[in-house]
Design a protein around this ligand. Structure first.
Ligand code: ZN
Length: 174
């Protein structure tokens, strides 16, 4: 399946069904090809690309479902132009970034819920309480970040895969 241009909450959005890769023919914020390949077949999220403001660059976000929604069926509805607002009601928006555990220094790349930017104003989406990943995958230290998914396996990837500058750090939990 190929990318499909849809309207989501009045916005023009490029929806990537499972298996379709984002083509970076122009600059896309929050995008890299290794994230894209790692998440292209993910059972709980779908990638979207949109322009938040008219003169801003395209930006990659992730729609994440914690409720078992059948995303293969959603792909088919989107491709057939049959998807409706309610199909996205149970999703929350996330972005990919690198973080480092303050306790064990494990770098992880994650999809973190976007909580500080009104990219989607569907009230239903903002009110969702998804299943977050509450602990460091290496040492089990709890953290406060709203992590929706890990990208890849921290133990199997070189440190350089996580980006040069972690932008968030986990506070050691009690
Ligand atoms: Zn840790």
């Amino acid at each position: 399946m190929e990318a499909v241009e849809i309207k989501l909450n009045e916005r023009d959005v490029r929806y990537l069904p499972a298996g379709a890769l984002i083509i970076d023919s122009e600059e896309i914020d929050n995008y890299n090809s290794s994230d894209d390949e790692a998440l292209a077949e993910h059972p709980r999220l779908r990638r979207i690309v949109l322009r938040i403001m008219p003169h801003w660059p395209l930006t990659c976000f992730y729609l994440h479902w914690s409720d078992g929604t059948d995303l293969t069926a959603l792909d088919e509805r989107v491709a057939a132009r049959l998807a409706i607002r309610e199909d996205f009601r149970d999703a929350v928006a996330g972005e990919a970034l690198g973080m480092t555990c303050l306790n064990c220094s494990t770098p992880v790349r994650v999809v973190k819920a976007v909580t500080d930017m009104p990219i989607f104003t569907l009230k239903e989406m903002r009110m969702k309480h998804p299943t977050y990943r509450h602990h460091c995958p290496t040492c089990g230290t709890p953290w406060m970040a709203h992590v929706l998914e890990f990208i890849g396996d921290p133990a199997e990837q070189p440190r350089s895969a996580y980006g040069e500058e972690p932008v968030h750090a986990f506070a050691p939990g009690k």
